[in-house]
Design a binder for this molecule. Sequence first.
Ligand code: PXG
Length: 445
Amino acid sequence: MTIPSDQLHLDPDQLDAYWMPFTANRQFKAAPRMVAKAEGMHYWTPEGRRILDGFAGLWCCNAGHNRKPIVEAIQKQAATMDYAPTFQVAQPLAFELANRIVDIAPEGMEHVFFCNSGSEAVDTALKIALAWHRVRGDGGRTRLIGRERGYHGVGFGGISVGGIVANRKMFGAMLAGVDHLPHTHSLEHNAYTRGEPQWGAHLADELERLVALHDASTIAAVIVEPMAGSTGVLMPPVGYLKRLREITKKHGILLIFDEVITAFGRLGGAFSADVYGVVPDMITFAKGVTSGTVPMGGVLVSNAVHDAFMTGPPGAIEIFHGYTYSAHVLACAAGVATLQLYRDEDLFARARKMAPVLEKALHSLKGTRHVIDIRNGGLVGAVELEPRAGAPGTRTYDTYVGCWEKGLLVRQAGEIICFAPALIVEESHIAEMVDTLRAVLARVD
Ligand code: PXG
């Protein structure tokens, strides 16, 4: 069935062909929520209703929507060169973007491997970790350690180290030799924490237990999100990441930070090393690198990891890995323009400036009916609701839909409503987000 490109309204029978990801397709198609235009902090529905974007799309449009310098860079690049291969041929923008990322990266992390999404970035990082041990003659290190409630995308590597039951249980045995750290969420100890919770650093010591169980000589890498985003904004307990770094270093295990959400300003710095002062061996990124405009992901790699691959004969391919669209030229153009815009508008500093405004506004919801926890950090916030007895997720879903109907896009993660506005957010937008949620909660059963 063809849909004319100028026809924004779709009939119900035109909704069937597209199988939507991570969506209740039949529920959605019975009452679709569509957007057709975006600018700055807002979306517009096809009918012209304005929606405040409280979630930067899906944690990605950090510079705000349809920013002119990014749009123009993409348009110009599309008209100049649509595609260039990156196996044994290259285009200058890939190098320029890699250099710009390295310029804002933690010291000693000076190499970037590009791919097209966070999921690919995670698989790439896990493969580099396994290969790194092998090229150094330590190929017995094949075990990967993730964390409960971790989200590392949907590739087989990512769901194996990930810790979300629903994302794992349908898909067989996954990668062998994976274990998990405990998650750090605790309503009992940390409810209503502003920023990093005081309780929980000791949970990093569970890594010592896994090392004792499996032996360090079998473990290749540990991967964690510095702040767990998808399972509802779990800020790292004070000292937790530092402890993970100490233990991994002590045992020769690589530490990977999955910064698909946290990089590029979300927590107020380019990477969480700027925020928490802990430098891993690899950082995965995606989303904010192009402010969501063109798919792109990548892995920022430490010199020590990279250099170990550069020791064989110069004519030998160092790693048999990459994608047709690694460093796609449109994504590189978008990435260069995005990083320039972050710098020109000092948007990471702006995130730091607006973070306390978001914190204060969100925590004003304490005591509102159904609310059992509020947590935040940088330009991220979460409000956890008491589940309806016997009907998990439904109260939060109704809240999510209620916000949409009142012109606000948020994100539902189980019983948690998440906020992650673009870094250009104004105080008035934050007030509108919180007032809207408050009004909806007053009405939802
Ligand atoms: N790692 C992390 C930490 C992520 O948050 C991925 C990897 C995978 O990225 P891709 O580009 O393959 O989707 C993510 C993605 C949500 C939500 O609602 C989160 C993501 C994606 C979609 C929705 O929290 N994170």
